[in-house]
Design a protein around this ligand. Structure first.
Ligand SMILES: [Zn+2]
Length: 255
């Protein structure tokens, strides 16, 4: 049964990843994510359904448009494969938990927000708000079926993390953007469903990864101290690591 759930989740993840590519491209441009259908940015040719199969089409076409041979970024198949792997891993980690749907939706949101933040240095409300509502409702439903205590702990954790980020924003508005503050609640909520220690670990790892990479980029002169380094992807990464292997890390730390 678990193997079946993992396989179905990974397959669905491929399709969702394909949809996330549309979201990542269109939301920052304030375009609709449902219409019109995708076209090649080079020749405006409609992309045929058989050229739109996740990962496979890109490999078959060797990363080029069928009509005009414009190069298609490797990021598209990577987002599709990455979402599939994430969904498979989360299904493995939370198999048998009512919270699995909430985690799958969260992961899709994290993929989209991370790449948009890398592209634009923004975490659009058009994604953060619906993601927060959807994940909260799904955890609420899981709480009703599985145990209200888990949901109460998740909510408190979300509010706690939000309060910490808000405080950091008030102390240093340039260091901690308000976009990150709005984003923090859903992370604290999702981590807190597992345990408060997991929430602490996930947020801590986000800061750690962000600082290490930030310092690395400045040391290697890829960026200067004045450049902006998006924080969203690191928060997302810290959260996903804590969700997937948090228990193992906490056990190692407590030895
Ligand atoms: Zn083309």
């Amino acid at each position: 049964m678990t193997g079946f759930v993992i396989a179905i989740s990974a397959l669905l993840g491929l399709l969702i990843g394909s949809f996330l590519n549309v979201v990542i491209w269109r939301v920052p441009r304030h375009e609709s994510i449902v219409s019109p259908p995708s076209r090649c940015p080079g020749c405006e040719q409609l992309i045929r359904p058989y050229d739109n199969i996740p990962v496979l089409s890109w490999l078959i076409l060797r990363g080029k448009c069928r009509s005009c041979k414009t190069k298609i970024s490797a990021r598209y198949p990577l987002v599709e494969a990455g979402t599939a792997i994430l969904w498979g891993l989360l299904a493995w980690r939370f198999a048998g938990s009512w919270a699995l749907p909430a985690y799958l939706v969260l992961a899709a949101g994290l993929v989209a927000l991370s790449l948009i933040d890398l592209d634009t240095f923004l975490l659009p409300n058009r994604i953060v708000y619906p993601l927060t509502v959807a994940v909260t409702v799904l955890f609420g439903a899981a709480g009703v079926v599985g145990g209200v205590g888990d949901f109460r702990r998740a909510l408190l954790s979300g509010l706690g993390v939000f309060a910490v980020f808000l405080l950091l924003h008030l102390v240093s508005p340039r260091g901690m953007g308000f976009g990150d503050v709005k984003f923090s609640f859903v992370l604290g909520l999702s981590l807190g469903w597992v345990s408060p220690a997991t929430a602490f670990l996930g947020i801590f790892m986000g800061f750690l990864l962000g600082s290490v990479v930030g310092i690395g980029l400045i040391a290697t002169k890829v960026k200067t101290r004045k450049d902006h380094v998006p924080f969203g992807p690191f928060m997302a990464l810290g959260t996903l690591i804590a969700l997937l292997v948090g228990p193992q890390i906490l056990r190692l730390l407590s030895q």
